[in-house]
Design a protein around this ligand. Structure first.
Ligand code: FAD
Ligand code: A2P
Length: 377
């Protein structure tokens, strides 16, 4: 249910009837595939496609038929740098970007609200997959009168090409932070987090101050295009993985052809809280040998002991395979709730001990080899 409504975007695709023309020309047509449309599996009847100079034929096709087709991206100069862009805009001189869209990602039965926010940076704040932007919410810092609000960090949920595939936008996956009454411990709906609330309430055209990009720990290592990447997320921690997976399975990037294994473990509250599920399910359908996707629904499923099903329970279920993959050089990433890390470490330690291995030694080796990536908040 979550994230299943269709985007009402105009759709046009002009396919040249002359098959002798190079594929790059075909790819050069910028298909305004939005992620949902791309992932929806709907039949698209494309008629009257003779408005462009190179479009001579009427094309009837279905997404099913063209399910593995990839989306053309530009500019390829975004692949040229040897190092990721860092702190192009600093807190004292942020970039003024524009909100393109804000969309609720979760269904009505999700506890809390998470939004997908597309920001137009005009190509001026480039970033790599796995990096974060800073956002300075409007208003005064309550702790420092006269000063701006503190910057808040958000993992970028798009690839460097953005959701419009032209390198001009960045997307964020933002959960409205809630306040809890210190006496009752209950949620106080009259108060909400400053920046997440500002972002989720913003409207297309609104201005937003961004800083960054920042962060190197979650960059996708690309030295081995056939490598294994085990991605563990709770809630909005899925953001960087959406970027990785689009790069691996959705976009056509000549210098990055992924042929390894990407394995996503996503922990959310219930079915309605699933994030980008259509997109991930599509990869499963199209790339069953390269993608695995396991969901832990804490408030719908039970673990072996009858408790809540958390991502660490899923990890435990597949621990033999995970340990083998790590021994073979796999990268493992954790992103999302800080609170998940003790549970994950306990689980991995228990599994290691059952195998007669020392978790401390294994962890220090993983860290030394740069296979261990953690970004929790
Ligand atoms: P704030 O107003 O800063 O409040 C934060 C919390 O503090 C509230 O939920 C509340 O519980 C508590 N609080 C504050 N003041 C009070 C008070 N007076 N009384 C009671 N409680 C209070 N978030 C995402 O949603 N998506 C991401 O992709 C993401 N990525 C991140 C990446 C990194 C590297 C880091 C460090 C953080 C990331 N975050 C992400 C978290 C984000 O930066 C913000 O911390 C979050 O959005 C909350 O900010 P806020 O301004 O909305 O809430
Ligand atoms: P729960 O809130 O049921 O305890 P969401 O953003 O959709 O709420 O997703 C966050 C997910 O992370 C929820 O399923 C939440 O479960 C779960 N979670 C909360 N605490 C932990 C923890 N310590 N370890 C792993 N998962 C956790």
């Amino acid at each position: 249910m979550a994230h299943s409504a269709l985007y009402q975007v105009p759709f046009a695709m002009y396919v040249n009837s002359d098959s002798s023309l190079p594929r790059s020309m075909f790819e050069g047509y910028h298909v305004p595939f939005h992620d949902k449309l791309w992932a929806s599996g709907l039949s698209l009847e494309l008629k009257n496609a003779n408005s462009g100079p190179r479009s001579r034929s009427i094309v009837c096709m279905s997404v099913q038929q063209a399910s593995k087709s990839r989306v053309a991206v530009s500019p390829f100069s975004l692949e040229d740098a040897k190092e990721p862009p860092m702190h192009v805009y600093k807190n004292k001189a942020p970039y003024t970007a524009t909100i393109v869209s804000v969309e609720r990602l979760v269904g009505p039965n999700a506890p809390g609200e998470t939004c997908h926010i597309v920001i137009d940076h005009g190509g001026n704040v480039p970033y790599w997959e796995g990096q974060s932007y800073g956002v300075i919410p409007p208003g005064e810092n309550p702790k420092k009168p006269g000063s701006p609000q503190n910057v808040r960090l958000y993992s970028i949920a798009s690839t460097r090409y953005g959701d419009s595939f032209d390198g001009k936008t960045a997307s964020l996956c933002v959960r409205r932070a809630v306040y809890y009454d210190s006496e009752t411990g209950l949620e106080d709906p009259s108060k909400q987090g400053v920046c997440s609330n500002f972002l989720c309430n913003s409207k297309p055209g609104d201005k937003i101050l961004v800083t960054g990009p920042s962060g190197k720990i979650m960059l996708l290592p690309e030295d081995n295009p056939n490598g294994t990447h085990i991605m563990v997320a709770t809630g909005t921690g899925v953001a960087p993985y959406r970027g990785y997976l689009r790069r691996m399975f959705m976009e056509s990037v000549p210098t990055y052809k992924f042929g390894g294994l990407a394995w996503l473990f996503l922990g959310v509250a219930n079915t309605d809280s699933l994030l980008y599920d259509d997109e991930f399910s599509k990869y499963l359908q199209d790339y069953p040998d390269n993608f695995r996707y396991d969901r832990a629904l804490s408030r719908e499923q039970k673990n072996r002991k009858g408790g809540k099903m958390y991502v660490q329970d899923k990890i435990e279920e597949y621990s033999d395979e995970i340990f083998k993959l790590l021994d073979g050089g796999a990268h493992i990433y954790f992103c999302g709730l800080k609170g998940m890390m003790p549970g994950i470490q306990d689980t991995l330690k228990r599994v290691a001990e059952q195998k007669g291995e020392s978790w401390e030694e294994k962890l220090s080796q993983l860290k030394k080899n740069k296979q261990w990536h953690v970004e929790v908040y």
